[in-house]
Structure formats: C-alpha cells, structure tokens
Design a protein around this ligand. Structure first.
Ligand code: AHM
Ligand code: MG
Length: 338
C-alpha cells in the first residue's frame, strides 16, 4: 500500500470492550462481573450522550420543576440520566447498592448476590445544559463489605476512597470521552458515534506535575480561608491563567491534560465546600492520583477521609502535584497566623 492510501485506512484501535477484557486478565479480582458492570455503565453513558445531543429538540432541556435532596433545582436531564444509569445497573445484576446524587437514600437494587456498590453523579454540571456547555457523569465502584446474598448496608457504601476498585468519568464535550482507572493508571476512550463504540484514544494518561491554570469560583474570594486567598494572589502574581467552566468534569479534564489546579474551598457561603465526597471528590481523587497528581482536603488526602454521610461535602484541592503542594503550604501558614 502506498503511504497515501494507508492514511485512508488507518486502524481505529482498541475498543473499550476489548480493553476491559484484557484488564480482566491483568487483575485477579476482576472477574466477569466487574467487566460486565463497566460495560453497563458504558452503555448507559451512550444513551445519556444521545439524550444530551438532542436535548434542544426533544424538550428535555431546562428545569424539571423539582429540587433534589441538596435543595438544588433538578434539570430534566438530571432525572433522565439518573434513570438511565440506575436502570442499567439494576438490570445488569452486578451491583447490590447505588448511591446517587439525585436520590436521598441509598438504593437497594434487589440484586443481593451482586458483589459491587456504585456511587454516581449521573449528570454533573447540569445547570450548563441549557447553554450547550460540557457536562459529565462521575462514578466510583467498590466491593461490598456485607456478605453476598444479604441486603446491602450503609457500611457497603460509606467506604474510604482508598477502597475504590475503579472510578471514572464521562465528559459529554466537543467529543464524548470516558476516562477510567481500575488502580493501574488512567486510560481515556473517545466515543465514535457512527460506530457506537468507545475507542482507546488516550492510553496511560499522566498529569503534568506542574501547570499554570487555576480553576476556582472567585466570586466567593472574600469568604475563602486566608491561605487560599494568598494562593490565589500568588496565581495572579505569577500570571497563571484563570479557567473555570463551572462543570467539574470539564474543568478537571482540561487540567488533567494541560496541568493545573481545581479548587472548591470551604467559604462563608458553603462552610463545608460544595462538592460531594462519595461521587464527586473520591472518584476524581482516585483518577488524579493514578495519573500522578494529588487531591487534598487542605491538609488531608481526600482518599483517606472516612465518610459519615452519603451526601457529605468536602473542600477540594485537586490537580498537578506541585500545585496542590504549593496550595497546602499556603494553607499551613494559616495555622501559624492564628
Ligand atoms: P451539581 O452536581 O449540582 O451539578 O454541582 C456541581 C457543580 C460542579 O460541576 C461545578 O464544579 C460546581 O458545581 C460549580 O459550582 P459554583 O457554581 O458554585 O461555582
Ligand atoms: Mg454533581
């Protein structure tokens, strides 16, 4: 074949399915159930991707007219995504319990033989839907603690981030991507809509150890801890770029690729921060560490936090290792100041 012709028929590469099968043989714990669970999530994400893409036409953009357990206005697509993911996980049969941002209580799927539990934010950043800005899905997978064959308990879901066996996110952006870790690095897959498949496009993703992007909602600056204010001043003085979409997955993904820090501190407005530990902080903290970055509560590693409540919030500083360390140094000065 001439070089020119070869360009026309380049191989498309490894599908997510094939990748999962290969992983299965790499991990002793990853039996068929675990692979099936990842497939169920991938299938639900394809359906949600379809719904998002036609939101403007199908009358599913906009508010649903109700509020979730956090008092936040639910968008129609929040509900659609929640149903799509929870249904896929219930039907799949591998999961005994689900914690979802959209449901106040843990969901008992009825699959009491299922070995896994899932924490999920079905559609993060959904207030951005109406203005065609990228949104995401975030998920964590744990092995249950209670014995198989019994009803799941709170203990199954309230596990430390270090217990995650896998975590991932789907970014519904200019292209749709699924980024996944099962504890041996991070891999990114891009969705090819005409084939209906995810393909491995970003193998072994590594986060730059340093960067010049900081992402924070600066409107709350006056209420941030002094150390965070100092760090933001440091970012200004060193000509860092401010980039904040208001869609966590999209902000995180950009920083993962380019190097940067994302911050959602505690503030006078949100004394515990805004982001939820179980299905926002833990999964992205697992991913960031697997890519060489760091995630901190401001003095404590996020993955080491023992969750007490399903919808617990936490301050979050996540991104390039050196930037998170620098932020932590600024926070340490707060203690000296007092
Ligand atoms: P949500 O789960 O209700 O969508 O809220 C989480 C979102 C994140 O995607 C984003 O980082 C953050 O809220 C933005 O919050 P704020 O508008 O306070 O900056
Ligand atoms: Mg969310």
């Amino acid at each position: 074949m001439s070089g020119q012709f070869e360009q026309l028929v380049l191989p498309i590469g490894t599908t997510l399915d094939r990748f999962i099968n290969t992983q299965q043989s790499n991990f002793p714990f990853a039996k068929g159930e675990f692979s099936q669970l990842l497939r169920d999530i991938a299938i639900a994400s394809k359906i949600v991707n379809r719904e998002i893409n036609r939101a403007g036409l199908a009358n599913i953009a906009g508010s649903f007219g109700a509020h979730n357990n956090h008092g936040e206005e639910q968008q129609k697509l929040d509900i659609v995504a929640n149903v799509r993911f929870t249904r896929a996980l219930k039907l799949g049969g591998e999961v005994c319990a689900i914690a979802s941002e959209e449901d106040e209580e843990m969901i008992d799927t009825g699959n009491h033989n299922g070995k896994y539990v899932v924490a999920i934010d079905p559609l993060d950043g959904s207030s951005n839907i109406d203005v065609n800005v990228a949104v995401g899905t975030i998920f964590s997978i744990y092995r249950r603690i209670s014995p198989a064959g019994t009803a799941p308990t709170q203990e199954d879901i309230l596990q430390k981030g270090t217990n995650q066996v896998a975590a991932g996110y789907i970014l519904y952006g200019s292209s749709t991507m699924l980024v996944l870790t099962s504890g041996a690095g991070v891999d990114g897959f891009t969705y090819e809509p005409s084939l209906g498949e995810y393909y491995l496009s970003h193998p072994n993703m590594r986060m730059p150890s340093n960067g010049k992007i900081y992402s924070v909602n600066e409107s709350s600056f006056a209420g941030f801890p002094p150390g965070v204010q100092d760090y933001i001043r440091y970012c200004h003085e060193h000509n860092f770029s401010a980039r904040y979409i208001g869609s966590f997955v999209a902000d995180f993904h950009r920083n993962l690729l380019k190097g940067g820090i994302f911050m959602y501190p505690e503030s006078l407005k949100s004394p515990e921060g805004k982001l939820r530990l179980m299905y926002e902080c833990f999964p992205l903290a697992f991913i960031v560490e697997q890519a060489g970055g760091k995630a901190s509560q401001g003095g404590k590693r996020i993955l080491d936090i023992e969750p007490k409540r399903l919808h617990q919030r936490s301050p979050l500083y996540i991104g390039s290792a050196e930037m998170v360390e620098s932020l932590e140094k600024h926070l340490l000065l707060d203690r000296v100041r007092v």
